[in-house]
Design a protein around this ligand. Sequence first.
Ligand code: ZN
Length: 129
Amino acid sequence: MKIARETLQFIFEVCKSSAPREFAGMLSANGDVITEVIVVPGTESSDESAVMQLFMLPNIHTVGSVHSHPSGNTRPSDADLELFGRKGLVHIIVGAPYDRNSWTCYDKDGNPIKLEVVEYKFKDEDDLL
Ligand code: ZN
């Protein structure tokens, strides 16, 4: 699994603008590249409720989840771990200050995994040419 650089950048920005509240979303992929974030509306400030809402979404096709930890600690909570196991393969936690050095990706068992950041050509860009 990989993630498009622009998508990751978008994630950092929404995490930053949501702070000090927590941001949560689901990840959607094109092939093996994560290209889209489905934002969960009305995310509450507490970690547990944000992630809970995430997993109560209708069964849209997603490959994993992303949420922020304004504390800066990117370790999954017990509630996070329980939910990671339920849905999706990759789960990103972004901690403050929400940059390329402050995020960790986990598998469904909560083990840290490497998520390669790739350049991805979005369809919209083609249309503009
Ligand atoms: Zn969490």
